[in-house]
Write a protein that binds this ligand. Structure first.
Ligand code: SF4
Ligand code: SF4
Ligand code: SF4
Length: 501
């Protein structure tokens, strides 16, 4: 420790009685925490390098390791907590912008936890999903307001292009570059098996994954990396990324060190060059401009693919969504401020944007008030943690939800929040081949399928408990929600009554 060093946040505790000196932990930790000192014939730990990813803990054959949070106390108070003090120290040392990954960890209200679902009692019977059919299929896209008839008076069924999902969940955008090849493959395999979709993010589509095109959403972001006609036509839908919940209003940055041969080919940029996507799309400064891009993408794909516009949840999101619904887009994806990221400036991630629950409720209500709710499908994202969150999102107006962090957890992520370093010990947020190899894509896909299948079962049980038998009947059905511990203002925006009312 020197004068300017901060005491490590975590301590590595080795139980010497259990340790067999197999040296496994040295091999497992890409952060170089563990080492063996030949002279002293001792295993050593550099706690300052530990990010609490739990890889060595999980892989130690004798359970000799644990990581504990350091109890070395800073003089905190109600105004200056430990993290804030440490951040000032770090910036005084580096002079740089603080970078973070994954979602906003600050203790803002989590409205999902302040909303409760209904259940039928006595007057309307609940439904047993084991014995009666339960529809969790969802179609995302524009829907006609009423049945249409042709000139001969017969019903016509010419819907604009739709995305069909077997359950109301999709994997959110994660680019090849921010996550590994194997993580991408696991998501693609799981999406195919489940009958849902994964999303390329802004990194283009690796040639090996064209085979999963029917279950792929291809993204067009401001940097336009990897975008060409073949790419647009390879996916089932195209997503225009206008914003991201973790970093609204700013662009993205994949450092050149992560741009190896494969990523350089996929993104169509030189090997080793930084992939910097600008904050705005340089051809979009209005809804009319957005409309032109939507139209161009539809033209390029012969009007066969739905176009999604993804935006971050920000203050005037309802008005923005209303504009997008009129731009010709088929689906709007709203990403709340707790949504994950591979890397974002800490201040932006923690201070910009609004919670998805409030944004979603405001958008659904606005579109209903304007009579254009059926003009677009709505996807909500930004920290959906369980099937109960999914059910609540649908009751607040979503057709389906994007899952990002939960999907990564299923793949082995331990939320150490250091994706930006590129040394993910679980083979997810890294391009180092020896680390990538730690993630078996088939096993990863199996775990993803397990997670979503389990959530879908739980969803069916919740629907049955409410006495309804389809996702469609829950969509925007706020009578199925009650608030707890919320102010009148919050309840009004959410459009729900307080528990007991
Ligand atoms: S992996 Fe476990 S048993 Fe092996 S050296 Fe490390 S602490 Fe000891
Ligand atoms: S960084 Fe991860 S693998 Fe390394 S010592 Fe800490 S918990 Fe173990
Ligand atoms: S993906 Fe890897 S680096 Fe990122 S939070 Fe999860 S375990 Fe940590």
């Amino acid at each position: 420790m020197g004068q300017w060093d901060i005491y490590p946040e975590f301590e590595v505790v080795r139980n010497e009685a259990r340790c067999t000196r197999c040296m496994g932990c040295i091999a497992q930790c890409a952060n170089g925490v563990h080492s063996y000192d030949e002279k002293r014939q001792a295993l050593l730990c550099d706690d300052a390098k530990c990010v609490d990813c739990h890889r060595c803990v999980a892989m130690c054959p004798t359970r000799a390791l644990k990581i504990v949070k350091s109890d070395c106390a800073l003089r905190e108070n109600g105004n200056w907590d430990g993290d804030t003090i440490k951040e000032v120290f770090k910036q005084a040392q580096s002079g740089g912008v603080l970078l973070s990954s994954m979602g906003n960890p600050k203790r803002y209200p989590v409205y999902w936890d302040k909303l409760l679902l209904n259940a039928s009692q006595v007057t309307n019977p609940s439904i047993d999903p084991l014995r009666e059919p339960m529809e969790t299929r969802v179609f995302l896209g524009k829907k006609p307001e009423r049945p249409q008839r042709g000139a001969d008076g017969k019903f016509t069924c010419e819907l604009p292009p739709q995305l069909e999902l077997s359950m109301p969940m999709l994997f959110s955008a994660m680019s090849y570059g921010s996550i590994s090849y194997n993580a991408h493959e696991a998501l693609a395999r799981a999406a195919e098996e489940l009958g849902i979709y994964y999303n390329t993010g802004e990194g283009g589509l690796h040639e090996d994954f064209y085979a999963y095109g029917e279950n792929t959403i291809v993204q067009v972001a401001s940097g336009r990396f990897g975008v060409h006609e073949g790419y647009l036509n390879a996916g089932a839908a195209i997503e225009i990324k206008m914003g991201q919940g973790a970093k609204p209003g700013i662009g993205g940055h994949l450092p050149g060190t992560k741009v190896g041969a494969d990523i350089s080919r996929t993104r169509m940029i030189p090997e080793g060059s930084d992939a910097i996507s600008p904050a705005p799309h340089h051809d979009i400064y209005s809804i009319e401009d957005l409309r032109q891009l939507v139209y161009s993408l539809k033209q390029a794909t012969h009007h066969k693919k739905p176009v999604i516009v993804k935006v971050a949840a920000v203050h005037n999101i309802a008005a923005i969504a209303s504009g997008i619904a009129r731009s010709g887009a088929d689906i709007i994806a709203i990403d709340g401020f707790r949504g994950g990221t591979g890397a974002a400036p800490t201040r932006i991630r923690d201070s910009v944007g609004i919670p998805i629950e409030l944004a979603l409720a405001a958008v659904d209500q606005r579109l209903r008030d304007e009579g254009i709710r059926n003009e677009v499908g709505l996807i909500a994202g930004g920290s959906i943690r369980s099937s109960a969150d999914v059910a609540k999102a649908i009751a607040l107006g979503a057709d389906a939800v994007y899952l990002g962090t939960a999907a990564l957890l299923a793949l082995g992520c331990h939320l150490c929040r250091t994706c930006q370093t590129g040394t993910c010990n679980w083979g997810i947020a890294t391009q180092r081949s020896e680390l990538v190899a730690r993630l078996d894509p088939k096993e990863g896909a199996r775990r993803l399928c397990n997670l979503l299948t389990a959530w879908n079962h739980e969803l069916m049980e919740m629907l049955g408990g409410m006495g309804i038998n389809s996702i469609e009947a829950l969509r925007g059905n706020r009578l199925m929600l009650r608030g707890i511990g919320l102010t009148a203002g919050e309840l009004e925006i959410l459009g729900v009554a307080h528990a007991g009312a």
